[in-house]
Design a protein around this ligand. Structure first.
Ligand SMILES: Cc1ncc(COP(=O)(O)O)c(C=O)c1O
Length: 502
């Protein structure tokens, strides 16, 4: 008997877990074939209650598959076992010990992991300061005290790399009382930490490693991709299947192994945050993607890697464009790189990444994954092919010609790595929920921030509630905003003011 507690229905005759099954998809199919009808939500009754204009845009099939989860397919605490079977198949497919699905993205899964490892108020967690804003939101909700671990900052490229194992060791020596370490790998730029070495350091201190692997759902399915967190010895990792896999938006999986994290606690923490009406479409797409990856992942991702490599070479040959690779990978930078993330430096064109992203959207109807003061990022997936790659290449070629007519990019005054490390004066929760006031930007230095301010993408907060603002960071935000930086979570859209602790 394997360690996966799958129902006998998804084992083949010799007791082996049958990865060709997709229990949630099968249950969804059976629900419709059996002509079941629910006098329960969702009130649209498989689409019968929506108007044609809505149906035309969204599609009748989407409504037909949107069923009451608790009555039909979600049996987390109820009948059938479809969901737990699908989760066990997922765990087995990627060689984790346990997996559970979430319908609220890695934003939920990572908060559940933080709560399960460090508890509520008074808990402490080591966290790399290049954390995503959903992690900072977790700090605000939970009242946990972050003990920040320094990422590696490339002063020339103005880019952060995951922390080194040595930096992690230093953090544990300084704060051995913390309950665990949370790192982000891959970063939104596709760069990866040395997870194995970092996990070893954590385990030496008897503490678990949580990896926010939102950008790494595909990693287990091809050996030329960076090592995925469970293989590298992490205790918990969360992935967003909609990012690098083929799930619906919000489909996320939390994987667990080892005995440093209490699984039922983790599941209960997720339950605290989860909706009671999970979307069956999201669950079922996770189930179908897992089967697809088990059966064809190597081939599909191999083709995507070939495409990305050839696209990287072609873009690199365009005048003014530099595809980043070697400069991201060296002793003092990242440990590994996901080549499907094609990060393109456009600074030789004399324009900013923001301007390029705007031009591509407006003139070629192409959206890129990320843009900053000097780069744009194109993410290649298993769905891309020669045609989509050519579309991007043609658009970049045209962009190269058009760039000469752009206005000079707004100057962004970049802080030094030291200036970016703001002093921590209060718990994020106390600063966020305490007595606050809004002050004009030039009065903000020296005050304690009461909001998070995040350039998005990539979604790494420059300011976390509880940190003392300084001149350099305020100037960075002011000049960045003027140059096209998107700051969606600032209380004042125009960023004329910042919320601070009164
Ligand atoms: C590093 C990182 N972690 C977590 C998240 C949140 O993931 P989701 O959008 O699935 O909630 C993101 C989203 O971009 C991310 O980049």
């Amino acid at each position: 008997m394997s360690r996966y507690r799958c129902a006998s229905s998804i084992r083949s005759y010799d007791g082996v877990v049958d990865q060709s099954r997709a229990p949630l998809l099968e249950a969804l199919d059976a629900y419709r074939r059996n002509n079941r009808y629910g006098f329960t939500p969702p009130g649209h009754r498989q689409g019968a209650g929506v108007d044609d204009r809505t149906r035309r845009v969204i599609g009748a099939d989407a409504f037909a598959a949107d069923l009451l989860a608790s009555g039909g397919l979600d049996d987390r605490r109820m009948r059938g076992g479809y969901l737990s079977d699908a989760e066990n198949l997922m765990a087995q497919a990627v060689d984790a010990e346990m997996a559970f699905f979430s319908t609220c993205g890695s934003s939920l899964s990572v908060k559940a992991a933080m709560l399960a490892v460090a508890g509520g108020g008074n808990g402490e967690l080591l966290i790399t300061r290049d954390a995503h804003k959903s992690i900072v939101a977790g700090l605000i909700f939970s009242g946990l005290r972050p003990r920040w671990v320094r990422p590696r900052w490339d002063e020339n490229l103005h880019l952060t790399h995951p922390p080194s194992p040595a930096e992690v060791r230093k953090a544990w020596e300084t704060d051995p009382q913390a309950s665990g370490l949370l790192i982000v790998s891959p970063t939104p730029y596709g760069t990866c930490a040395d997870i194995r070495a970092i996990a070893d350091v954590c385990h030496e201190f008897g503490k678990p490693l949580i990896v926010d692997e939102a950008w790494g759902a595909h990693l287990p399915f091809h050996d030329e991709l960076p090592t995925w967190a469970m293989d590298a010895g992490a205790d918990v990792c969360v992935v967003s299947v909609h990012k690098m896999g083929a799930g619906f938006e919000q489909g996320s999986v939390c994987h667990v192994q080892g005995d440093l994290v209490d699984r039922s606690r983790l599941s209960q923490c997720a339950d605290l945050l989860m909706t009671t009406s999970p979307n069956v479409l999201i669950y079922s797409a996770l189930d179908g993607w897992r089967r697809h990856m088990v059966e064809s992942g190597r081939e599909l991702l191999g083709a995507a890697l070939d495409l990305a490599r050839s696209l990287r070479r072609s873009i690199d040959e365009l005048p003014g464009f530099t595809v980043m690779h070697d400069e991201l990978l060296h002793e003092e930078a990242s440990h590994d790189l996901d080549e499907l993330q094609v990060l393109i430096d456009v600074s030789d064109l004399g324009v900013s990444g923001y301007q390029c992203a705007d031009w591509l959207r407006e003139h070629r109807q192409i959206d890129v994954g990320l843009s900053d003061h000097r780069r744009v990022l194109a993410t290649i997936s298993q769905a891309d092919d020669e045609k989509t790659a050519h579309r991007l290449l043609d658009a970049l070629t045209d962009l190269g010609s058009a760039a000469a007519s752009f206005d000079p990019p707004g100057l962004i005054v970049q802080p030094s790595p030291l200036e970016l490390q703001l002093e921590n004066a209060m718990l994020p929760r106390d600063a966020f929920f305490g007595d606050t006031e809004s002050v004009p930007l030039d009065e903000a230095p020296g005050r304690v921030a009461a909001e998070q301010i995040t350039p998005y993408p990539p979604g790494i907060p420059v300011v976390v509630p509880g940190e003392v603002l300084n001149e350099a960071v305020v100037e960075y935000l002011r000049t960045g905003k003027n140059a096209g930086m998107n700051l969606p979570d600032a209380a004042d859209d125009a960023l004329d003011t910042i919320k601070v602790v009164r």
